[in-house]
Ligand binder design. Structure first.
Ligand code: SGN
Ligand code: CA
Length: 515
């Protein structure tokens, strides 16, 4: 009897082991890989799938063709480090502590990378990081220091810094593919593949020096904005293409500079120019020299000069984007060739939007649509069905979404929501009825600190140090040219939006004072 019972017990234990093993195996097989692609400062206007007609990005468009494009994805704080910190933590800046680019990320806190890593994912971050402290929660990291360089950049591989020859966008992809080759293949993976491009000062790859040479880009209708109806904030900014771009660093109108001219951003230009080899300098000078000479000869003034600067800016910016698109294609080809395309989720986004001449500007920072919105395209084979969505989502939701994709629990202290129901087509409307925004970095480009709330139709912005308000009716005024704050016809809307702002600020526990 005793031996029979023992035998039964052994059979039961063995069976349970088999079931458990099968579950683990099944789970591993079905847990998707996730590649999070984030290019720095990539405006949605510069992705052809968004339909602005400026350029052609066939590889990013392919992600959209196989997945879903978000027409209304936003950030919570339109600047690099803060946006990355929000993405990693699923918490607003005032909670995760990284409020502006001068902060240092507290790497001891909970992040999506750590949660995935602790739950069996192989994790890596490659490319731009910009959070000052070393990455935590990654099996492998290989990042550019700070902003990084376009040519012959330094990379820090698991703490060891070295210079790598070549163009940063290609190198970032080489490193990513190399990691995919060498990763622990018994685990699903989470790869953060993050381009430095197309961040300022927009230095293209050699093969694209002449792309768009004969293109004249249409100047945005509000390029010559006079900021009438707006608050003093819009008038005091320092991010106008016509006024604030420098000839050397931004517009590439000079090459090697004499010592006495190497000051301010001209010195920054000399710094990046010094990274070139002598052969590379020659190629650069051969490419930019003739158009620079023609420009100097033309002696343009005022309007014509402003338009010329816009053209030079757009060409260089979009040339950088072209290399990003090529490299996204290269990574996608690798996935396909290695049978990874069917079980890998691709998320393509930027750390914020970017002005491409709207209001006369470059850069970001504002709660205005061009910088508040960010591109977001997600393909999840077999899951995403609808091709586009208007559902309002935010980078605050990304960590939660990725955990949900991986079948993990969303920690209750994260502040966003999973986008998965939108991806599955289960949620038809907005993920959020209202979005909260807070920008803190009133330094370079002089954009005043502000908070705000956006609903489907309206946007209220409060420049809290100036105590000035702006209110937009986005249905009637897509380009945000008419501040309706204080207009009697909008009194009701204004009151409603002020209440919303107070509510949402409280909901997210932001201690900033209104009034
Ligand atoms: C640099 C740029 C700014 C840019 C910030 C933030 N100046 O400081 O134009 O707004 O980065 O960009 S530069 O002279 O150094 O190019 S972010 O993407 O890192 O937030
Ligand atoms: Ca950025």
């Amino acid at each position: 009897m005793k031996t029979f019972r023992a035998l039964l017990r052994t059979i039961a234990v063995v069976t349970l082991c088999f079931i458990a093993a099968d579950r683990t195996f099944g789970q591993q097989k079905t847990r998707p890989n996730i590649i999070y692609i984030m290019s720095d400062d990539h405006a949605y206007q510069a992705i052809s799938a968004y339909g602005y007609g400026l350029n052609h990005t066939p590889n990013i468009d392919k992600i959209a063709a196989n997945g879903i494009l978000f027409a209304r994805a936003f950030v919570t704080n339109s600047i690099c480090g803060p946006s990355r910190a929000v993405m990693l933590t699923g918490k607003h800046s005032h909670i995760n502590g990284f409020v502006d680019n001068h902060s240092t990320f507290d790497g001891s806190q909970q992040t999506v990378a750590k949660l995935l890593h602790d739950n069996g994912y192989a994790t890596a971050v490659i490319g731009k990081w910009h959070l000052v402290s070393d990455p935590q929660g990654f099996d492998y990291w290989n990042i550019v220091p700070g902003q990084g360089d376009y040519y012959n950049p330094d990379f820090i591989e698991n703490g060891v810094r070295k210079r790598i020859s070549g163009y940063v966008t290609n190198i970032t992809t080489d490193i990513a593919i190399n990691w995919l080759e060498k990763r622990d293949k018994s685990k699903p993976f989470f790869l953060m593949y993050q381009h430095k491009a197309p961040h300022r000062n927009w230095m293209p790859e050699e093969k694209y020096y002449h792309l768009f040479d004969s293109t004249q880009f249409p100047v945005p209708s509000n390029y010559f904005d006079d900021y009438k109806t707006r608050t003093t904030a819009a008038r005091e900014q320092e991010m106008e293409i016509a006024r604030d771009m420098t000839n050397e660093y931004d517009l590439k109108l000079a090459f090697d500079l004499p010592k006495e001219k190497q000051v301010g951003l001209a010195a920054a230009w000399q710094g990046v120019y010094n990274r070139f080899t002598p052969e590379e300098k020659k190629k650069w000078e051969a490419a930019y020299g003739p158009s620079n000479d023609a420009f100097k000869k033309a002696n343009l003034r005022e309007r014509d000069l402003a338009i010329w600067k816009y053209q030079r800016y757009m060409k260089d910016y979009l040339r950088c984007v072209q290399s990003v698109d090529d490299n996204v294609g290269r990574l996608m080809d690798y996935l396909k060739a290695n049978g990874l395309d069917k079980n890998t989720i691709i998320i393509y986004t930027s750390d914020q939007g970017f002005f491409l001449g709207e209001h006369g500007w470059f850069d970001k920072r504002w709660m205005y649509e061009e910088s508040f919105r960010t591109p977001l395209i997600i393909s999840w084979p077999g899951v995403t069905k609808k091709k586009t969505t208007n559902s309002m989502v935010q980078n605050l939701d990304f960590a939660e979404t990725i955990l949900d994709m991986a079948g993990l629990k969303i920690p209750p202290d994260m502040q966003g929501k999973s986008i998965v129901p939108v991806l599955k087509g289960e949620l038809k409307g907005n993920l959020h009825d209202a979005l909260y925004y807070h920008f803190y970095e009133n330094q370079e480009h002089n954009v005043a600190k502000h908070i705000g709330v956006r609903t489907d139709r309206y946007k209220l912005i409060y420049f809290y140090e100036k105590k000035e308000w702006e209110l937009y009716d986005l249905e009637k005024d897509k380009k945000e040219m008419n501040n309706m704050y204080g207009q009697p016809a909008y009194k009701k809307v204004q009151d409603m939006m002020k209440n919303k702002l107070k509510e949402i600020k409280m909901q997210y526990n932001d201690p900033v004072q209104i009034d």
